[in-house]
Design a protein around this ligand. Structure first.
Ligand code: DON
Length: 305
């Protein structure tokens, strides 16, 4: 029997579906052909129940939503002090792909912008890119509760055109933030961004964060509780880039967006929310993703800050 959350999810989905604002990302050629008007909204609870609406099982690439998960793995591999020596936790107010370091600390300002995310990728342990990627893929799969795979076409498309990220990688190498081969770090970053997920997967990944790092369906631990705390803090202040302030005011939850059209948000101890809608705003955030989270936050009184 449908409960009140089912009704609210259906209501918010119906409202947002009407919105045709924004445009799909086309700077990665393969993303230009995604179906612009697809829409899905899912909520997963920390006791493992999933509410689904729309194309909840359609796959799309995770893109920047990968950043908090790789940051968490970097914390687990290296410890918080070693990671903090390489990447700060300050909001940047900058676009996600800004070629910048903090002029005082000479570190990327946070792990959610590309400079910080490529730094996190460079900190992942493993003998080579293949082994590091396999550790990342398995880590994301534990959050989702199923085996995730990489979308080769999107990876190859970004690898062919991602000169700005290569410039960021070489900048990081020249400042001693990345100490190994910067092209390997950028290649690993392209691969993690190309992992396919569904809206349902993202909701369960968010619910795993809400559940202190334990997947609420498989009961497998994806990350230690203290590292989850650090990841959620950075998502709160930096997850939506130069729209982070507006997001916190409107939605009030730790979150992360990706140019594939996904957005996830976390209400610690309670639920994970995910939206899939490929049309993006000027910040690279899903238009209907922001709208749906804002509507849900209002109707379910989720604003916890
Ligand atoms: O760095 C890039 O260009 C992409 N692979 C990921 C960027 C992204 O998703 C930004 N988020 N909204």
């Amino acid at each position: 029997m449908p409960n009140v959350v089912d009704d609210i999810v259906a209501e918010v989905a119906a409202l947002c579906r009407e919105n045709r604002d924004g445009a799909v990302a086309d700077y990665i050629p393969e993303l230009a052909s995604v179906p612009a008007d697809e829409f899905a909204l899912c909520i997963a609870t920390t006791d493992g129940y999933v509410y689904e609406s729309g194309s909840a099982r359609t796959e799309f690439t995770i893109q920047s939503i990968s950043k908090p998960f790789t940051y968490g793995l970097a914390l687990a591999d290296n410890g918080p002090a070693a990671v903090a020596a390489k990447v700060d936790v300050e909001p940047s107010g900058e676009p996600f792909n800004e070629i910048s370091l903090d002029p005082v600390t000479e570190r990327p300002r946070n792990p959610m912008i590309n400079a910080g995310a490529i730094t996190s990728a460079a900190l992942i342990h493993g003998a080579d890119v293949a082994e590091r990627f396999e550790r990342i893929r398995r880590c994301y799969s534990r959050y989702a509760g199923r085996e995730l795979t990489m979308n080769d076409a999107v990876y190859l498309s970004e690898a062919k055109t991602g000169h700005r990220n290569r410039a960021i990688g070489h900048m990081l190498r020249s400042f001693g933030i990345v100490t190994g081969n910067p092209d390997d770090a950028v290649d690993l970053y392209f691969r993690q961004c190309s992992i396919d997920v569904t809206c349902r997967d993202l909701a369960l990944m968010a619910a795993t964060m809400a559940n202190n790092g334990i997947n609420p369906v498989t009961h497998e631990r994806a990350l230690a509780t203290e590292q989850i705390e650090r990841v959620l803090s950075v998502m709160t202040t930096c997850g939506m880039y130069d729209a982070a302030g507006d997001w916190v005011a409107r939605v009030g939850l730790p979150a992360k967006s990706g140019v594939g059209g996904g957005v996830l948000a976390v209400l610690p101890g309670q639920i994970g929310i995910a939206v899939y809608s490929p049309r993006l705003d000027a910040h690279g955030n899903s238009v209907r993703g922001v709208q749906a989270c804002s509507e849900l936050s209002k109707r379910l009184e989720l604003h916890f800050m």
